[in-house]
Design a protein around this ligand. Sequence first.
Ligand code: SAM
Length: 327
Amino acid sequence: MLIDNHNRVLNYLRLAVTDRCNLRCNYCMPSEGINFVKNDQLLSIAELKRVASLSVAQGIDKIRITGGEPFVRKDVMELMRYMSALDGLNDISITTNATLIGPHIDELKALGIKNINVSLDAIDKATFERITRRPHYDTVQENLIRLITEGFNVRINFIVLEGQNEQDILSILEVMRHYPVSVRFLEEMPFNGGSKQFEHIKWNYKAIFEHIKERYPDIKKLVSPITSTSINYQINGHQSTFGIIPSFSRTFCGSCNRLRITATGDIITCLYGKPKANLRDLLRQSSDDEVVKKLLQQTVSNRAKTGFEAQQEHQAVFDSSMTSIGG
Ligand code: SAM
């Protein structure tokens, strides 16, 4: 089992399969993109399979596939097939922008992979295309509705961005009220490829809640798992639920059960900290699984207590992008 130096059990791995993305969300990276890595620096599918299997052998029972955009990687379904047959892995989830998932929906369903987080920061087309800098709104809507109606557990991730999409907070709740979906509002984080620095946000979790509460006073708080990062609610009369994630305020570190491995094999023990080790060379040099497992164990045993502590590892500024960290 992976247990950190603060006695937290890590059973949830966020595994990135690429740093590339076909969108250019303005809060994630500059319009010209970032310096994406060369293909040979990415973990191969065989290496990703090995990481998945060794992690599960150490008690990881939930893996979320992320990126970059996972479906820009042509061979990603091979990994999905492998993971769906992995004993001990109880939950396979995906985070996607839903632009390229369409052709894979049937197979994902057949594999029993049902938990899909769709990033969607606007319900208005012009706002969506201004934020993402790409004209893919209709495709995303089509895939989103298909995922919901085909019975996937869909959660929408909506980053609340000052001056950009505040007007869509209530509209997205209104549109989604008829669907069995969870809309989760996230605080903006400073991982945007260095394009903007900030120390405060207007739309923190309290401001988001107050804004929703003003329009919908009849809100019920839902019971959430202890390791949940979202505080979850339901508006009376809505089929959908909503959640708020204090991703910048970081109120949930005490129960954090997550480990991240980036597409290049970096092990990240806190989103706000620096990578703590790299697995890629070890995977390429050694066929001894025990050596790899030992590195994972060692890495988690030196974990910052909170995101605020981890943030001290950065000198003054964050210059990384969520697409490289595996958001
Ligand atoms: N391409 C996939 C997607 O769009 O969901 C997965 C990778 S993306 C980097 C993962 C998540 O990180 C998305 O929900 C995205 O909105 C979020 N994200 C990216 N930059 C962020 C930032 N600066 N603050 C908060 N969330 C961010």
